[in-house]
Design a protein around this ligand. Structure first.
Ligand code: AMP
Ligand code: GLY
Length: 423
């Protein structure tokens, strides 16, 4: 089979790495890819939302499956674009239709879906510019801290958690009346604050059947001890030690099953990954958010633990036959540590030569923001490399990743030295 992976991060390098191992994989392409994917596949200089250029590449290279990494093309309707085009309608797409992708594209839609299907989540109300005064009045009825969420996609920055009521009112006004997050904050969801510990559960569904994939926990803040600004993710581990089989059963019966049933009942087309952000409050799971794709860096720890041929799983997903495949997962733990450019998540420099790549085993070294300057591999993004290791327990795996990282360097390289500190 000829396959195209869309995206350019550590997530997509991991997908490419796992798919390349399949005996069913013939030619493998990545658009736009990075220096890591270039070693194992052919990079195509195409943006993930340039559907016409993606179409041309799919026809030129006889691509039979497109695996969509990030949310933007999904929310913009890449699934519907393919299925509505006579030349492309037979191509398998891993990712939901635009209508189903709204579970990530609109926080309000996700909350309505959860209410309709009895899925546990924080109480909420949503407001627009016209109902700003009611929004402020609603804030007065809540206890701090206050959770404000821009309805639309805001590159992971659209959630504010505020301790002070006046500040919450000011921010609500900035979002609704002054477009703090552009069009994404034309509507704002105000939520009850849930106090607990977070984890993520990943589900692969063909719209009828589903497989619960390994759990993961990511570390979002730039600083050690979970301090400082939010990032895309500075590291992750899988499985999550506190996700016992008893707790997982609650997640499956109260959340996973009702979510897949809800998708069915609403007639949504969903052949892909559901990434459920959860919070454990006491002994009970609540949904914080849905994403309609895999996470980054969660993918870098979840996929390496899956022993079943990934391409076989993906093909069964696209054909509605996920019930015919057995999911095998290694009992080993995985950890990934992200090396980032100095300054990230604020301004940082690019184009720094990366040293030491030839000193380490490349298998589980996933490139996130890398490119080439002639033959030299250089940094090209905030998150640069994700170093994954497997071992008997997560502490050993973390240690191995730090050993690998100690051999790699680039100017102003930074990584958190405390991944797993809270477990
Ligand atoms: P989201 O973009 O919806 O994942 O929210 C970003 C982060 O905000 C989450 O990972 C949580 O840490 C936090 N968060 C979101 N909603 C809530 C809530 N209702 N209660 C407590 N924390 C929340
Ligand atoms: N690591 C969080 C995400 O991919 O959304």
């Amino acid at each position: 089979m000829n396959i195209l992976v869309l995206g350019s991060g550590g997530r997509e390098h991991t997908f490419t790495h796992q798919i390349a191992k399949s005996p069913q994989c013939n030619a493998l392409f990545v658009a736009p890819g990075n220096a890591g994917t270039a070693r194992i596949a052919t990079n195509l200089k195409i943006s993930v939302t340039d559907f016409q250029s993606i179409k041309a590449a799919v026809l030129t290279h006889n691509i039979e499956m497109v695996v969509v990494g990030p949310e933007d093309p999904l929310v913009q309707g890449i699934y519907d674009f393919f299925k509505g085009d006579t030349q492309l309608s037979q191509v398998m797409i891993i990712g939901p239709s635009a209508a189903a992708a709204a579970l990530e594209g609109s926080k309000e839609r996700a909350k309505e879906f959860m209410s309709a299907h009895g899925i546990p989540t924080a109480a909420y109300a949503s407001f627009t510019r016209e109902t700003l005064a009611q929004g402020k009045a609603f804030l007065e009825t809540l206890n701090p801290p206050y959770v404000l969420k821009a309805d639309g996609l805001a590159a992971g920055k659209g959630v504010l958690i505020l301790k002070d009521l006046d500040e919450a009112k000011t921010e609500l006004e900035a979002m609704l009346a002054h477009a703090k997050f552009g069009a994404a904050s034309a509507k704002v969801v105000i939520e009850e604050f849930l106090d607990g510990i977070e984890l993520s559960v990943f589900v692969l569904t063909d719209g009828q059947n589903y497989k619960v994939l390994p759990t993961a926990k990511d570390y979002k803040r730039i600083g050690e001890g979970d301090q400082g600004l939010n990032t895309g993710g500075m590291g992750a581990i899988s499985p999550v030690p506190f996700a016992t089989s008893e707790f997982m059963e609650k997640i499956e019966t109260r959340i996973v099953k009702p979510t897949v049933d809800g998708i069915k009942k609403e007639g949504l087309i969903f052949q892909g990954f559901i990434f459920i952000g959860l919070i454990k409050v006491g002994d009970d799971p609540f949904v914080i958010e849905y994403n309609v794709r895999m996470g980054d860096p969660e993918t870098e720890v979840v996929l390496p633990r899956i022993e079943t041929d990934l391409l076989e799983l993906l093909e069964a997903t696209a054909r509605g036959k996920l019930d015919s495949v057995t999911l095998r997962v290694t009992p080993q733990s995985a950890a990934t540590i992200m090396a980032v450019s100095g300054g990230y998540p604020q301004a940082y420099e690019k184009g720094k030569p990366i040293h030491g790549l030839d000193q380490v085993e490349q298998g589980m070294l996933f490139h996130a923001g890398t490119g080439f300057d002639a033959e030299q591999v250089v940094t090209s993004g905030g998150r640069v490399l994700a170093v994954t290791s497997l071992d008997a327990d997560f502490r050993q795996a973390i240690k191995k990743s730090y050993q690998t990282l100690s051999k790699i360097s680039f100017d102003k390289m930074y990584y958190r030295k405390d991944i797993g500190f809270d477990l």
